[in-house]
Design a protein around this ligand. Structure first.
Ligand code: NAD
Length: 500
């Protein structure tokens, strides 16, 4: 999070309410600096008030009946138009995303292309909002089901995938006929503004899609507490998600929380070690480790551990750390000072809990002093229950845990409160499928990195990582719609038999 200061109005990111760009009246704001270069000031995120959230919810409420009654394929066409616009403008959006969040331009482009795929897929879902027809136990009777929107839904999102995560909520919410209020992360207001602008130009009527910037404890909390908001879809930390889940449950709201991860890669002695090392490095240090699916634990069979750790170190040392906007950069900065400081604390802890074999100190020098740069860092011989191996760091830090065999590896992989992604490297098909079955998580990758997901495939975790329906793919529709069951009797007579 940036620092709250007073600045001139022109540089403050506006909110979007009832089809209008409006400045927050709160007078409080956070400065947003390029995390790779603090001299580059993007502007300010306003800390909007509870009243401003209430106004947005009112706008969404008023827009709901007309949007609900708009045919679903027509709603889908608008989402498809947003896909087209995003595809056309991907280069400029990628540069903005890199400037605001820090990931490399190629990572930003990857996020945007995945988002375009999500938009295209979800637009098509508008033509498939089908129910089913069921036979009845009674003559001249039948039953059918329909999907109906919930009403106003609230979306609360993090900074690390500020395009993909909001859009994989926005698109199904709109296709199903809901109106929405979105509270993006206070760290990525300008990327959020670009997304809203795109949907507005795609032709959404005013009030259907509202966006209010603000702090989680105030604007976010008001969205969760507002009685007219029928559902909350949240992605972010486990700490905030559990708070939101409890609050929303008191009002019997539908809730979906996708939260943190501490994702393991298991490397067995018979693995293709070159492949395993490449994929582990990509999963651990891609996006600076700031992905919910980042590889943060590598669980290695003792017999190959010395060799494998050396392979990891050799690869990690070759990665170029720097400004994500510069060609050739592999690893960008932490998103902000707070996240950077958190990473530094774990570096200090790691030196007590493990054996530092690579990185470990913040980078200094002309190229680094104006940004939040940490080199790829690897700790060997970390105990499975050490804090380093149990807590989400969200930075370029990898812990190596040595185990004696497959059974211990599988137990260590699941011996954690999180359950998002996991992967295994082995040439033994039995071990690979046994692992897929046993490991406690939502997504398993076999002989590939823990990161990544496809637009038409469900995404989400279990245990402390995820609660509620999965996101993306056709299953996303379930969260944003209610199923209504309609009994039809065309006998025209009083029923003689009861059904139970
Ligand atoms: P965060 O929990 O700090 O914030 C997420 C959002 O919640 C922000 O918009 C924030 O303003 C809001 N918020 C904070 N306090 C709130 C409150 N009391 N009431 C309502 N809203 C509140 O998370 P972050 O630092 O922005 O993002 C990083 C986290 O997100 C990591 O833990 C990461 O693993 C997780 N994440 C998970 C997934 C997934 O799909 N599982 C995807 C991306 C990120």
């Amino acid at each position: 999070m940036g620092t709250a200061i007073q600045v001139k109005e022109a540089t403050i990111c506006p909110n979007y309410v009832n089809g209008q760009w409006v400045q927050s009246r709160s007078g409080r704001k956070l400065v947003r600096l390029n995390p790779a270069n603090h001299d580059d000031v993007l502007g300010f995120a306003p800390l909007s008030t509870r009243d401003e959230i209430r106004e947005a919810v009112d706008a969404a409420r008023q827009a709901f009946p007309a949007w609900r009654d708009t045919p679903a394929p027509v709603r889908g066409k608008i989402v498809m138009q947003a896909a087209r616009l995003m595809a056309e403008e991907k280069e400029s959006l990628a540069r903005l995303l890199t400037r605001e969040e820090g990931k490399t331009v190629s990572e930003s482009l990857g996020e945007i292309l995945r988002t375009v795929n999500i938009l295209e897929y979800t637009a098509g879902e508008a033509r498939r909002l089908a129910g089913e027809t069921l036979p009845s136990e009674l003559p001249k009777n039948f039953i059918y089901t329909i999907r109906q929107p919930l009403g106003v839904v609230g979306l609360i999102t993090p900074w690390n995938f500020p395009v993909a995560v909001p859009v994989w909520k926005i698109a199904p919410a709109l296709v199903c006929g809901n109106t929405l209020v979105w509270k993006p992360s206070e760290l990525t207001p300008f990327t959020s503004r670009a997304i809203v602008d795109l949907f507005a130009r795609a032709g959404l009527p005013g009030g259907v899609f509202n966006m209010v910037n603000g702090a989680g404890e105030e604007a976010g909390d008001e969205l969760v507490e507002h009685p007219a908001v029928r559902a909350i879809s949240f992605t972010g930390s486990c700490e905030v998600g559990s708070l939101i889940y409890a609050k929303a449950a008191r009002q019997m709201k539908k809730v979906q929380c996708e939260m943190g991860g501490k994702n393991p890669v298991v490397v067995l002695a018979d693995a293709d070690l070159e492949l395993a090392a490449d994929c582990t490095i990509m999963g651990a240090f891609g996006s600076t480790g700031q992905r919910c699916t980042a590889t943060s634990r590598v669980i290695v069979e003792e017999s190959i551990a010395d060799k494998f750790v050396q392979m990891l170190v050799d690869r990690a040392r070759k990665l170029k750390v720097g400004n994500g906007a510069e060609p050739g950069t592999n690893v960008g900065p932490s998103v902000d000072e707070a996240q950077f400081n958190k990473v530094q604390e774990y570096l200090a802890l790691g030196k007590r809990e493990g054996k530092l074999v690579c990185g470990g100190e913040r980078l200094r020098g002309e190229a680094y002093d104006r940004g939040w740069f940490t080199p790829p860092t690897i700790f060997d011989r970390v105990a499975p229950d050490a804090r380093l191996a149990q807590e989400e760091i969200f930075g370029p830090v990898l812990s190596v845990i040595r185990v004696k065999d497959f059974d211990e590896a599988a137990a260590v992989a699941s011996g954690i409160r999180y359950g998002l992604a996991a992967s295994i490297f082995s040439t033994n098909a039995n071990a690979v499928f046994e692992f897929a079955e046993r490991v406690e998580c939502g997504i398993v990758h076999l002989n590939s990195p823990t990161v990544g997901g496809e637009a038409h495939v469900p995404f989400g975790g279990i245990k402390a990582t995820g609660i509620g329906e999965r996101e993306t793919g056709s299953i996303a529709i379930e969260f944003y719609s209610e199923l209504k069951i309609v009994y039809v009797d065309y006998t025209g007579r009083k029923r003689e038999t009861n059904i139970y």
